[in-house]
Design a protein around this ligand. Structure first.
Ligand SMILES: Cc1cc2nc3c(=O)[nH]c(=O)nc-3n(C[C@H](O)[C@H](O)[C@H](O)COP(=O)(O)OP(=O)(O)OC[C@H]3O[C@@H](n4cnc5c(N)ncnc54)[C@H](O)[C@@H]3O)c2cc1C
Length: 504
């Protein structure tokens, strides 16, 4: 009846059974953890399980799409390697850099060649003023010199010192808090584009506690925001220094591929792509995951499960086991956006753009919301082909999903039109690639941390199950790596307990 198969070095017994309407099943000998989702979070969780777990532990990653990496993906445009999704990692948080070193990418870590960004606002490209935290100024001199704000907008800021203290006990939208202290123009022309660069969201809806927690103690204290931000900047100046961001030669998209390689190289890890998990069932010893078409379902047994998928699939899988987790996760919205990567022959450009790129405040009503001059920003792109200049633009943010429906040619034309207005770029690209990221970034709305606390509380009641990924404690790569490490560590601790305590 059963046949013994060898998968990634571990012995896996495949047997046909009929249980709960499922007619085939994979039963794994020894402790077996299944990770659902092969983005950076799921792959990191798998790696940490194998690195820190019992040497007999086996891990299977089930990824619905044809490739691993999720929002991290390296590609080529005009033969030049570029990232199609995330392109840089915050270096002040070391989790993703440590991971890159562990999986053999230490020599490929590279900081940006330039961090000189601009804002395209009020009809001109203006230098990004120094001395701010997520666009909230702590130093008014460079802000005044930049011309980013109107005279009236600039004059409104010092009122912050005179306002009666208002203590925010609860969470508040970043935009509302900053506008109350410093006026709307600071939000619309500074905070909105910077926050939009991370969340592709709306500053008047995004949670201060979840998205800019550094400002929370200032909001709770109720006093001057300018003074509070200046204090943060002074403390940061005394910090360790070094690059704020880091990239990987060949693209940050190489990171999940390297982690997947490390998982498989243990001989105890298997990664299955094109395998969407449709259902999760409790069993006496753990969990059963149902994949495959409804007409021929395939069940996979696991002692423990880690869900490393976005909110909607996590909600669907968890709903039968926790109504609370299902409801709370379903309520989290996502922003979609399109990225247009354009390659130009340098000799076609009157002058190559300078700096790392520019952000565009939505209030200016342009088509693009940012442009990154990839060939300037990343030395490895420039070195790959010095005769080609690569840049990318992004279009769309929360609530603008219609952008994703537009033809490639229209998105390219819009990008070129805005680039012509912003930087005088007037050349035909030699190649382009349009990437649509539907459901790209979870929106951390006001109250997000409370919502996530409810989800975590509900998940903790489910034995040998953990969750991780961008929706929980930060959308950035280091935060995803951190949440995955925590999930794997929790699962290993649970597996170490006697079975009876956590069994169904
Ligand atoms: C365009 C863009 C640019 C970004 N830029 C940066 C940046 O420069 N720096 C930075 O730090 N962060 C950036 N981010 C954010 C960051 O890339 C993501 O938050 C992070 O990669 C998410 O990782 P994840 O593993 O949590 O989720 P994902 O990458 O979404 O991976 C989840 C995986 O689960 C799979 N899946 C879903 N449902 C199922 C199922 N039922 N069964 C099996 N598999 C399933 C999906 O196919 C996917 O591969 C960017 C995001 C986007 C969209």
């Amino acid at each position: 009846m059963g046949r013994l198969d060898r998968v990634a070095g571990s012995h896996v017994r495949m047997m046909r059974v009929r249980r709960c309407g499922v007619d085939s099943s994979t039963v794994v000998e020894g402790r077996h953890v299944v990770v659902v989702g092969g983005g950076i979070a799921g792959l990191t969780a798998a790696w940490v399980l194998l690195r820190d777990g019992d040497p007999a532990l086996t891990v299977t990653v089930l990824e619905g799409s044809p490739r691993v990496g999720g929002k991290l993906h390296a590609t080529t445009v005009a033969g030049v390697p570029v990232d199609e999704g995330a392109e840089s990692m915050l270096a002040r948080r070391t989790e993703s850099i440590d991971l890159a070193r562990e999986v053999g990418l230490a020599d490929d870590l590279q900081p940006p060649s330039t961090a000189t960004a601009s804002l395209w606002t009020r009809g001109a490209l203006r230098p990004m003023p120094r001395g701010h935290v997520m666009g909230v100024p702590g130093d008014l001199e460079p802000l005044a010199a930049s011309g980013v704000l109107s005279t009236a907008g600039l004059a409104r800021i010092p009122l912050d010192h005179a306002l009666a203290p208002h203590r925010y006990e609860d969470d508040v939208a970043v935009g509302r808090y900053v506008a109350e202290r410093m006026g709307h123009e600071v939000v619309d022309r500074l905070v909105e584009p910077l926050l939009g660069g991370v969340y592709a969201g709306n500053a008047y809806e995004i949670s201060l506690a979840a998205a800019v927690p550094q400002l929370l103690p200032i909001a709770r204290g109720g006093g001057s925001l300018v003074t509070g931000v200046r204090g943060l900047l002074d403390r940061a100046a005394q910090g360790p220094g070094g690059p704020v961001f880091m990239g990987i030669a060949g693209g940050v998209g190489r990171l999940p591929v390297a982690v997947a390689g490390a998982v498989v190289a243990t001989g105890r890890g298997e990664i299955r792509t094109r395998t969407t998990v449709r259902e999760l069932e409790r069993t006496a010893t753990g969990w059963r995951l149902v994949t495959g078409p409804t007409s021929a379902p395939v069940a996979i047994e696991a002692d423990a499960v880690i869900l490393a998928v976005p909110a909607a699939p996590a909600a669907r899988l968890l709903r039968p086991h926790s109504a609370v987790a299902g409801v709370e996760l379903s309520a989290i919205e996502y922003a979609g956006m399109a990225l247009v990567t354009l390659a130009f022959r340098r000799s076609d450009l009157a002058a190559a753009p300078s700096g790392s790129g520019f952000l565009v405040p939505p209030v200016d009503g342009r088509r693009i919301k940012a442009s990154t001059f990839a060939s300037n920003k990343w030395g490895w792109i420039d070195r790959a082909d010095p005769d080609t200049f690569v840049l990318r633009t992004s279009l769309g943010r929360a609530g603008e999903e219609a952008v994703l429906q537009r033809e490639d040619a229209d998105l390219v034309a819009d990008s070129l039109a805005d680039l012509r207005d912003a930087i005088g770029l007037d050349a035909e690209p030699i190649d382009h690639k349009v990437t649509r990221w539907g459901g790209g970034l979870p929106q951390y709305a006001v109250g997000h941390l409370g919502r996530i606390a409810c989800v975590r509380d509900a998940v903790e009641r489910l034995p040998r199950l953990a969750v991780c990924g961008a929706v929980y404690q930060g959308v950035g790569i280091p935060a995803c790596v951190a949440s995955a490490t925590e999930a794997a560590t929790d699962v290993l601790a649970e597996l170490a307990k006697p079975l009876a305590r956590s069994a169904h």
